[in-house]
Design a protein around this ligand. Structure first.
Ligand code: HEC
Length: 283
């Protein structure tokens, strides 16, 4: 009798310590989301009416997705995106590509899986160690962008709230300055393709931190003939939780790209037992 209760206790401790079963991905629907090379279209650019007429709609409450996603594709003028104004350095050969997203959760953890073909032909290949990186940002409910006397919530602007004209790799900007927010914070997780690379559990607030997060992020990725499958596991804590709708966005650095030379998604919402553009499946 004693022995049984002891082993039960051990099993309980193991569960509590986070020995999670991976979700059954065959039961989790896929949503294809286009990522694109956004050039130097910072938040300052998006919020300046003479550069971007979308500003008016943003202030009224419309989202980037609401105006720019059509039938699962993007309606950007890619010629303009590739022009010197929006991309002074050079464009990748592939301006946009689809990423298939799946999301699941259980009592303790959230699971996010990204599947994509990482295109070659990048304009910047300064990351010698990593051919590919995948990053997901979750916004807390304080992320906002000032717009005159108004404030636009993070759920509308996605990761653009972190993307400033004075951040590194933007034209003429400080090489030390990273992504940051003026209000609120994002939880950041990243997978890097270099052998033995550790998953990043970080944050973006007044500066970007590539460690110090409390989400216990784990990331696994593999590359089968050019198709990458990256699976993140993290705690259902912080910005995430049952009953919450969380704004999020993601980025792929393909072909050894650094800094802004990534392909990014616009901002979407992820619901955990709540509404969202994507609803995480409870398992
Ligand atoms: C109310 C609708 C609306 C919203 C909301 C909106 N845009 Fe736009 N956006 C436009 C229109 C219209 C254009 C094309 C003409 C222009 O730039 O004014 C445009 C142009 C762009 C371009 C340049 C490529 C092109 O097709 O000219 C980018 C990049 C862009 N938007 C990104 C964003 C991002 C990022 C957000 C969210 C932070 C956003 N937009 C929100 C309407 C919108």
């Amino acid at each position: 009798m004693k022995k049984t209760s002891l082993s039960l206790a051990v099993a309980g401790v193991m569960l509590a310590a986070g020995a999670h079963a991976a979700p059954d991905w065959s039961k989790v629907p896929k949503r294809d989301i286009q990522v694109f090379h956004a050039g130097v279209t910072s938040i300052e650019w998006a919020m300046k009416k003479s550069d971007h007429s979308g500003r008016t709609g943003l202030v009224k409450g419309e989202t980037c997705v609401g105006c720019h996603e059509e039938k699962g594709g993007l309606n950007f003028d890619m010629k303009r995106m590739a022009g010197k104004d929006l991309e002074p350095v050079g464009t990748p050969k592939t301006m946009s590509f689809p990423v298939s997203l799946q999301a699941a959760y259980d009592k303790d953890s959230a699971y996010i899986r990204l599947t994509f073909k990482a295109p070659e032909g990048g304009a910047n290949k300064d990351d010698k160690e990593n051919a590919v990186k995948a990053t997901v940002l979750f916004a807390n409910d304080k992320v906002a962008v000032a717009a005159g006397d108004k404030s636009v919530p993070g759920a509308q602007v996605g990761c653009w709230a972190t993307c400033h004209s004075d951040a590194r790799t933007m034209p003429g900007a400080d090489d030390k300055k990273t992504k940051y927010t003026k209000d609120g914070a994002y939880e950041l997780m990243q997978w890097q393709s270099a052998k033995g690379a550790k998953a990043v559990d970080g944050s973006v607030s007044d500066k970007r931190q590539m460690d110090g997060g409390t989400a216990g992020v784990k990331a696994e990725g593999d590359n089968k003939g050019g198709t990458y499958t990256v699976t993140f596991t993290r705690k259902l804590n912080g910005a995430l939780g049952e009953g919450k709708t969380v704004p999020f966005g993601f980025a792929i650095h393909a072909d050894h790209a650094t800094g802004r030379f990534h392909h990014v998604s616009m901002g979407y919402t992820l619901g955990f037992g709540a509404d969202g553009d994507i609803k995480a499946v409870k398992q």
